[in-house]
Design a protein around this ligand. Structure first.
Ligand code: URA
Length: 235
């Protein structure tokens, strides 16, 4: 593919803008500056560098973010900045969006992609992808609350009870809850329905993919082939 088209497809602006970047010696491959915007470049395994930052060539952009509190998962946020602001501009320009939503005050694992099929696969209720949350509760947890969460609770505006597939008391005020649906404020509403209250909420895992331990709040990284295996999707 022509170098300027590669840059354009990766969110670096119009073809004209990408051509200018290349001609201004801002683009390198394997340590060598490439000045010809029309050079044909093999895209398989390609990593190109723009202004010193590496970009893997990828048909779709999919990343995992450690979401900090104080960010909304909407493209048009109302009260707080969007999580998308934590990503570099070329990624945002590709039209990436979060897979499912976390509340503004929820922290932890959030996937962001421009791959519509992946988004659908992971957010579709039919696939029942487990989501693991660590909730800090206001009141001490007791066995009755755990049993109730596992047996199912009826939330306002729902016809069917929603059940937790796992509910583990870590200590008096910490609950690890696994859900397979993604209803609005589901953890907070379920915990409230059993007579407690969520004071803080963190998503630890999606499918078998845990939040990478070395990813600080606000940091992101590309999803790897191994991550897709852990998510149970083929790519
Ligand atoms: N459940 C909630 O209540 N909030 C979230 O952010 C995610 C799940």
């Amino acid at each position: 593919m022509q170098l300027e088209r590669i840059l354009q497809s990766h969110g670096f602006g119009t073809r004209k803008a990408c051509r200018a970047m290349i001609r201004h010696q801002r683009v390198a491959i394997a340590g060598t500056i490439h000045e010809d915007p029309f050079a044909e470049i093999a895209t398989d395994g390609l990593v190109f560098t723009v202004d010193g930052s590496d970009w893997p060539y990828c048909e779709f952009a999919s990343v995992v973010l450690n979401k900090p509190a104080g960010y909304e998962c909407s493209r048009k946020p109302q009260h707080h900045p969007s999580v998308l602001e934590l990503l570099p501009l070329p990624l945002r320009e590709r039209g990436v969006q979060p897979i499912g939503r976390l509340d503004e005050d929820t922290t932890g694992l959030l996937l962001i992609t421009d791959d519509g099929q992946l988004n659908h696969q992971l957010s579709s209720g039919k696939r029942k992808v487990p989501k693991v949350y660590l909730a800090t509760t206001k009141h001490p947890l007791d066995q009755e609350q755990l049993d109730h969460l596992l047996a199912g609770v009826l939330l306002a505006d729902e016809i069917e009870p929603v059940v937790a597939v796992a509910a583990e008391k870590i200590d008096d005020h910490h609950l690890r809850l696994t859900l397979t649906e993604g209803k609005y404020h589901q953890v907070k509403r379920m915990v409230a329905a059993v007579g407690n209250r969520v004071e803080a909420l963190h998503r630890e895992a999606l499918g078998e993919l845990s939040l990478p331990a070395d990813l600080q709040p606000g940091q992101w990284r590309w999803l790897t082939p191994a991550d897709f295996v852990l998510l149970g999707v083929t790519r």
